[in-house]
Design a protein around this ligand. Sequence first.
Ligand code: CA
Length: 201
Amino acid sequence: MSMFKYAVACAVATAAGAASGQVYFSDFEADGGGFTATGDWERGMPVGADGTGLGGFGGPEPVGGFSGDFVWGTVIGGLHNPGTVSSLTLNVDATSFSGLALDYYEWLDSGGNSFDTAEVYVNGDLQILADGGPTSGWRNVVLDLSAYDNMMLDIEFRFTTTTVVERVGWYLDDVAIRGVPAPSALALLGLGGLASARRRR
Ligand SMILES: [Ca+2]
């Protein structure tokens, strides 16, 4: 009887661990994390290029990433281009997850948010128009995506620039989507934990 209780406790612990897990994560060190880029977005290693020093306006891009060396950015090592719509998109299967959240780090200098705009869309819906900074460092952003629980997600980071005043723009690192596995997934985890515990007896 005591062994059975122990097995149940293991199964619950396994489920709790999965509940705090990730649907998606990339630090962009090995590759671009499955994102598709248009316009100015490129994966690379920023070197601290300074907006004003490059003949534009504002402050520097980061040196390296929030994690490691690599990030996604709007022209790595240079000013963003004028009059450009740049989209960085990712499709993620979250059909078995609820309580979804998008969690990322950004370094942003768009000189405010009324001209050049840094926007995040999910399934075509605007989630946030970022404060254009400069952030003067990496800033953590967490967006509640529970309205999209158990859905396929189309995540887009969209940077739209005017034809005047170029700055270093928008940099992203450590993008994560978190969620709680559906009850069916939890049940499978629980049964798996029980079965393996029983085999060990
Ligand atoms: Ca990184």
